[in-house]
Design a protein around this ligand. Structure first.
Ligand SMILES: Cc1ncc(C[n+]2csc(CCOP(=O)(O)OP(=O)(O)O)c2C)c(N)n1
Length: 278
């Protein structure tokens, strides 16, 4: 992968990571009073997919689930409106009514989740079938297990829809690991439905490698990743989890460090300004 492109992806990831770090601070000091689902650790998925879409000049329909701050930010959602949403304000991107789990934004074609795990599978397939617009559906590894997701995969395959199913596979359904829940994987399920299916890491180079046919046919990427914080809120079980963000920063060196310093400083400032408006 060309270094500039990798840095472009890193920029988005840095925006997302620093945003989430501020969310954690503001959950802990009780400025944020609603349940939050932090995407720190998983941000390279949204960062890579959105940068690839931008390069392809595609503005897809986006169907996220609850862990979606990074999806919103990486695809160009307004950061102030997200801060306001988490603070429960009417000026929030979902008018303060969606909270963390149901981020919705007409500006970026992002359709907020309703809370029923996996529902965005059939809803997103339906939207893609009706409009034929390029569509990205993000599902957790647990949400992907819902029966209605399977029916949706079959329809997307049969109709050869321009759709990308991204499984953000952090191994957990709240606290239950995949190995307790099932003996199969989503790549094989996709292939059983005659979809292209791959099981990859959240390494942006691997994601890009599979991007040639994005939106030319239906594809499912099961992307292995890690969430750093608890299912909800800002707790942390271990600091030994592999952190793709820190890994990329180390590899990319001084340029990445500078990018990250920029986002850290400015996002902290934005949060402060918004909080002062209260
Ligand atoms: C149909 C349904 N079943 C159960 C739940 C309760 N629930 C909320 S989040 C969650 C786990 C989701 O895990 P996953 O889809 O892997 O996403 P992650 O939280 O790991 O990002 C569960 C079981 C729900 N909201 N909807």
């Amino acid at each position: 992968m060309n270094k500039n492109f990798r840095l472009e992806i890193f920029k988005k990831a840095s925006l997302c990571r620093n945003f989430e770090e501020q969310v954690i601070i503001n959950v802990n000091n009780k400025n944020i009073k609603i349940p939050v689902y932090v995407s720190a650790g998983q941000e390279f998925i949204a960062a890579a997919i959105s940068t690839i879409c931008k390069k392809k000049k595609i503005k897809p329909l986006i169907f996220p689930q609850h862990r979606c701050h990074s999806t919103y930010l990486a695809f160009g959602g307004n950061i102030i409106k997200l801060i306001d949403e988490l603070l429960g304000r009417e000026s929030g991107c979902t008018k303060g009514k969606g909270g963390s789990a149901s981020i919705h934004s007409k500006d970026i074609n992002m359709f907020g989740h309703d809370g029923l795990m996996g529902s965005n599978g059939p809803i997103g397939v339906g939207a893609c079938f009706a409009t034929k617009n390029p569509t990205v559906i993000f599902l957790g590894d647990a949400a992907a297990e819902e029966d209605y997701v399977l029916g949706a995969l079959g329809w997307a395959s049969h109709k050869k829809l321009p759709i990308l199913f991204i499984i953000e596979d952090n191994n957990f359904s709240i606290l239950t690991k995949k190995s307790v829940r099932r003996n199969w994987n989503m790549k094989d399920v996709a292939r059983a439905f005659k979809l292209e299916g791959y099981d990859i890491k959240d390494d942006p180079r691997e994601i890009e490698k599979h991007s040639k046919f994005f939106f030319k046919k239906p594809i499912l990427l099961n992307i292995n990743t890690n969430r750093i914080y608890w299912h909800a809120g800002g707790g942390m079980d271990s600091n030994k989890i592999f952190d793709r963000f820190e890994n990329e920063k180390k590899i990319l060196g001084i340029e990445a460090i500078k990018i990250n310093e920029y986002y850290k400083k400015n996002i902290e400032k934005l949060w402060k300004l918004q909080l002062e408006k209260q």
